[in-house]
Write a protein that binds this ligand. Structure first.
Ligand code: GSH
Length: 234
């Protein structure tokens, strides 16, 4: 198989397996276990970033050289262009939906995920919920969540519009698996559109298959209001 997807356990790289399953493309899959929290040497050997996701492609349609690519957005764009015939992406011909797609796709990884990570770090650094850095991080995260909630209330479906796109594939792990590291509860009233969205995502066969591939049969994706916190090492 020319395309290989490397997944680090319980990480953002689930996006790439999910993308491949939504597109119905063939790929080889390699699982890497965290050591105990960060990447193992096997991920560091693949790419200088030492982060997941990483893909390898021996038969790229774009170059004769072997492709080794890190960074979710770069990988998603590459796979959609190389093997997805543009599906799950949006282009200028999609008009307004293209604009919304651009914003949510990039916001998800450039702003939303780091905002969630900031909550995790500030909680690790301080047990005091009144500490200014904890309160600021929580407020920024609440604001981000309220943006997602409002948007999903507008579309009643997915982030860019009526259909799933790569913007959802980018955003969902911050609302799901990442809550296992930083147990943010969703309010059934305040976050009702997000919870309905997560149910919609969880019902997708490609998502279910991807999560089984990434985390095994026993793993229960975090789709409800109360997340279980992950216990290390796993
Ligand atoms: N912005 C990067 C973030 C990559 C990243 O930090 N991945 C985490 C997994 S959630 C990782 O590899 N952590 C292990 C480590 O940093 O050693 C992307 O989207 O690819």
């Amino acid at each position: 198989m020319p395309l290989t997807i490397h997944h680090l356990g319980r990480s953002q790289s689930e996006r790439i397996v999910w993308l491949a399953e939504e597109l119905g493309i063939k790929y080889d899959y390699v699982f890497h276990k965290r050591d105990p929290f960060f990447s193992p040497q096997s991920i560091k050997d693949l790419h200088p970033s030492g982060t997941a996701p990483v893909i390898e492609d021996d038969s790229s349609p774009f170059t004769k050289s072997k492709v080794v690519l890190a960074e979710s957005g770069a990988i998603i764009d590459y796979i959609i262009a190389a093997y997805g015939e543009g599906r799950l992406g949006r282009t200028p011909k999609d008009g307004e939906e293209y604009i919304r797609y651009l914003e949510w796709y990039h916001w998800a990884n450039a702003s939303f995920q780091p905002t969630m990570f900031r909550v995790l770090i500030t909680r690790l650094l301080s047990n005091d919920p009144e500490a200014v850095h904890v309160k600021t991080a929580n407020a920024k995260y609440e604001l981000a969540l309220s943006m997602v909630e409002t948007r999903l209330g507008e579309t009643g479906a997915y982030l860019a519009g009526n259909d799933i796109t790569a913007a959802d594939i980018m955003a969902v792990c911050t609302l799901t698996t990442m809550r296992g590291f930083s147990p943010v509860e969703f309010d059934t009233e305040k976050h009702k559109h997000i919870l309905a969205y997560l149910k919609r995502i969880g019902d997708r066969p490609a998502y279910q298959k991807a999560m089984k591939i990434c985390e095994g049969d026993d793993f229960v994706p975090i789709l409800g209001p109360k997340p279980q916190q992950f216990i290390f090492p796993y």
